[in-house]
Design a protein around this ligand. Structure first.
Ligand code: IPE
Ligand code: IPE
Ligand code: MG
Length: 250
């Protein structure tokens, strides 16, 4: 059940949420922007625009309950298959969002990172903006917000294997730790919780290595309608789950 918003429009933290057992790392597949727009007779890109409010409300909610790592899927290696106009919009949108929000995130103590391939198809000025926001926020420690942009889980594993081979690591030295050390962010803990909105129950190439033991939650809400209460609800559901990591219950 949804918690109603307060008069100020900000969802309070429900009493049922145990602040001593908050997941360290939450990852979100921000899905359903296109359907949100289509349902209103609007162009799909309008859904992406409205998704920004959702993202920032979730960031605020994550800060409020002390989540240390938040990773969001902004553009996949497969999203290049979309119509050129939509791809162009998403590239520019990302740049625009950083222009308007990097200072705000910096003031909140958020460290911004990007996970994904630096590809010739990503416009140079977008890359520059990404680098600037990483540089601006690199000393922040309150929360790390990783934007998975031109990201693919398989591509990340391929890149890790390439790096291992390039270093000349012998086959007998290749183990899980060696692969992890060559992922995009070896210091990033695996997600405890993955939330994919819009009712789709698939992973779509998100963090394949890292989600081996993540708890997965698939709320029906479309991303542009998401507010921090949806994060709180997912965290409460997460706290009900028993994580066994292959072992038996204590
Ligand atoms: C997610 O929303 C945003 C991106 C993939 C960039 P979609 O654009 O996939 O929205 P739907 O799934 O078509 O509704
Ligand atoms: C995953 O959503 C990618 C992002 C949210 C950025 P998609 O909408 O691209 O995934 P599919 O195509 O439904 O699997
Ligand atoms: Mg989608």
């Amino acid at each position: 059940m949804s918690t109603p918003a307060t008069d100020e429009g900000v969802d309070p933290v429900p009493a049922a949420l145990d602040r001593t057992r908050v997941p360290v790392h939450v990852a979100c597949v921000m899905d359903g922007n296109g359907r949100w727009a289509s349902a209103r007779g609007l162009p799909r890109t309008e859904g992406h625009t409205m998704g920004e409010t959702a993202l920032f409300d979730v960031v605020m909610g994550a800060l409020e309950i002390g989540i240390r790592w938040l990773t969001v899927y902004a553009f996949s290696t497969e999203n290049w298959r979309r119509p050129t106009d939509e791809v162009r919009f998403l590239m520019g949108f990302n740049e625009n969002l950083l222009m308007r929000r990097a200072d705000e995130l910096n003031e909140l103590g958020v460290q911004i990172r990007f996970a994904g391939r630096r590809d010739w198809r990503v416009p140079r000025r977008v890359l520059r903006r990404m680098d600037d926001s990483v540089e601006l926020t690199k000393k922040n420690r309150t929360m790390t917000l990783t934007l998975a942009f031109n990201y693919g889980g398989r591509a990340e594993i391929v890149d890790a294997v390439k790096a291992l081979v390039a270093e000349g690591i012998p086959a007998e030295k290749v183990d899980e730790k060696a692969i992890r050390r060559h992922l995009y962010y070896p210091d990033m803990p695996d997600p405890d919780l993955v939330i994919r909105t819009s009712g789709e129950t698939r992973i779509s190439n998100f963090l394949l290595w890292e989600i081996a033991y993540s708890e997965l939650i698939f709320p029906e809400v479309l991303w542009p309608d998401v507010r921090r209460r949806h994060l709180y609800e997912a965290v409460i559901e997460y706290q009900r789950r028993v994580r066994r990591f292959g072992a038996v219950n204590p």
